[in-house]
Ligand binder design. Structure first.
Ligand code: NAD
Length: 509
């Protein structure tokens, strides 16, 4: 089960798990075999807690991608032909194994990413829930529609598209990977997974548990390495029929170009600069809790985070002052401490990017109430004080660009129309959060705001059958429920004549 232990107990457990990982390293897993990269090269992954090296990681190349894609290609016909019930049973075993290993996964994820254990404990369990959810639907995934006319019967069936590539980011890698891999396997696709080079530790566990659960060799393969080399080779490979990608918008556009010669189907979950819009009539206490949670949980390294706070002028000062006080009290520290609310950022490069936006806020003329710099209780690692900046102008870079850290930018609005204009005035469109007790206004805003997902009087609460994805530069396609199967499967229409309908006779006279 997931960890509910004390800081000291977590440190002791991590020491043991870390020693195992250091001894084994992270390797590629191709055709059921745990192997070194073809070049023999390795790189290292470090812990954001103190930037100490956790272990060596096999550095894949295009040659490894070739082997993995061939394995996925060879394994595809048999896996696709299995009946859904058999696939379901294997995925159920997979979910159970994830649960049995949830503590190890959670603690190693926390060590490798810097994400606080209070959130990561649930991430492993959510990963297991993803497998169960899609396992339950494996049997019915092929079902289509019946579309009769007077003289013909049209009906549709779905078949798995083929081997697919899954490319994931570093922020919450385990849970995000299960979100892609579970429906792909349930649909009957085989998979080559390329995890982020900055946090590869739990992807190896995920693949190994799949083999232990009974996935045949080649059904789920893992190749580690850099985006520009292995990621690129995966998106270009002729055996790969679709790419499910989670990461930055710019990388998405590269993948689209790389996949164009082989006509890849793509599904992109990209960046965001999501608004939380608070009207004066809202339950302001709940809105405050949600706005803080949606920006400062998961270190703010969260695609759905509410990074722009829009507050109606009449309550703006009071709301932002209360928020500023709360942000100053957020507990920053070692992510393995259950009391920690914000941990260290993924690496020194990302830390300096977030810090540069703290400096930029002052340059751009906004008001910084807190943030930036190393917290007093931390002496090493990629820690930064949670940042809150108010009185921003919507056109400032701090109000336009994705910062992807514990950093919230606030600005006032006078009217519903102005709130909409500000909310929609960015290139992204992933989520929006609206707080008001006025149902008419909530509906109007929800329909007009440019976002793939809107929550009204709520933080991000995920319902697995509901569609997940963004508009504009935030993504293409939807995950969740049947939407995932639509991506990983082809729909075929079959049309049968039911009688002797007319057929034009050419050349008959
Ligand atoms: P990134 O785009 O830098 O990297 C993501 C993955 O793509 C990594 O595995 C990387 O190695 C690989 N990659 C890089 N270049 C590539 C290339 N040319 N071809 C193929 N693969 C390549 O993103 P990141 O910094 O790891 O993650 C942070 C970003 O992810 C943020 O923008 C965040 O908003 C986004 N994200 C979005 C969602 C969502 O659901 N919309 C969820 C989580 C994270």
């Amino acid at each position: 089960m997931a960890t509910k232990k004390t800081f000291e107990e977590n440190l002791a457990s991590v020491k043991q798990y870390r020693a195992q990982v250091a001894a084994r390293g992270v390797k590629n897993i191709i055709n059921g075999q745990r192997v070194d990269g073809a070049s023999g090269k390795t790189f290292t992954t470090s812990s954001p807690i103190d930037n100490s090296i956790i272990c060596n990681v096999a550095e894949g190349t295009a040659a490894d991608i070739d082997l993995a894609c061939q394995a996925a290609w060879d394994a595809f016909p048999a896996w696709a032909a299995l009946d859904g019930k058999t696939r379901r049973d294997i995925l159920y075993r997979y979910a159970a194994l994830i649960e049995e290993n949830a503590e190890r996964i959670s603690l190693l994820e926390s060590l490798d990413t810097g994400q606080p254990i209070r959130f990561m404990a649930k991430a492993a369990l959510r990963g297991a829930a993803n497998f169960r959810f899609f396992a339950d639907r494996a049997e019915g995934a092929q079902d289509g529609l019946t579309l009769p006319t007077n003289d013909h019967l049209n009906y549709t069936v779905r078949t798995p598209i083929g081997p697919v590539g899954v490319i994931t980011p570093w922020n919450t890698p385990f849970m995000l990977s299960t979100w892609k891999i579970a429906p792909a396997l349930a649909a009957g696709c085989t998979v080559v997974h390329k995890p982020a080079e900055l946090s590869p530790v739990t992807a190896q566990i995920l693949t190994e548990l799949g083999l232990e659960a009974g996935l045949p060799p080649g059904v789920l393969n893992l190749v580690n390495g850099y985006g520009e080399t292995v990621g690129k080779a995966l998106t270009e490979h002729e055996h790969i029929k679709a790419i499910a990608f989670v990461g930055e918008s710019y990388t998405g556009s590269l993948i689209m170009q790389q996949g164009a010669p082989t006509l890849k189907r793509v599904h992109f979950e990209l960046g965001g600069k999501n608004p939380v819009i608070v009207f004066a009539d809202a339950d302001l206490d709940r809105a405050l809790d949600a706005a803080i949670f949606m920006k400062y949980s998961l270190n703010g390294e969260r695609c759905t985070s509410s990074s722009r706070l829009l507050v109606e002028t009449s309550v703006y000062e009071d709301f932002t002052n209360r928020l500023a006080e709360r942000v100053k009290k957020i507990k920053v520290g070692n992510p393995l401490d259950p009391a920690t609310e914000v941990g260290p950022l993924i690496d020194a490069g990302h830390l300096s990017k977030v810090q540069s936006y703290v400096d930029l806020a002052v340059e751009e003329g906004a008001t910084k109430t807190s943030g930036g710099g190393m917290p007093a209780n931390c002496d090493a690692g990629n820690y930064i004080n949670p940042t809150f900046v108010k009185d921003a102008n919507p056109s400032m870079r701090i109000a336009q660009e994705e910062i992807f850290g514990p950093y919230l930018t606030a600005m006032p609005f006078e009217t519903e129309a102005e709130a909409l204009e500000i909310a929609n005035g960015v290139k992204y469109g992933l989520t929006a959060y609206i707080w008001t007790k006025d149902v008419t206004r909530a509906l109007n805003m929800a329909h007009k705001v440019e976002a793939g997902m809107v929550w009204v009087n709520s933080q991000n609460v995920r319902h697995l059958p509901a569609p997940f994805g963004g508009v504009k530069n935030s993504g293409i396609g939807r995950d969740g429920g049947d939407y995932s199967f639509d991506f990983y499967m082809e729909t075929k229409n079959i049309c049968i004549a039911m009688g002797e309908h007319s057929i034009s006779k050419l050349g008959a006279d």
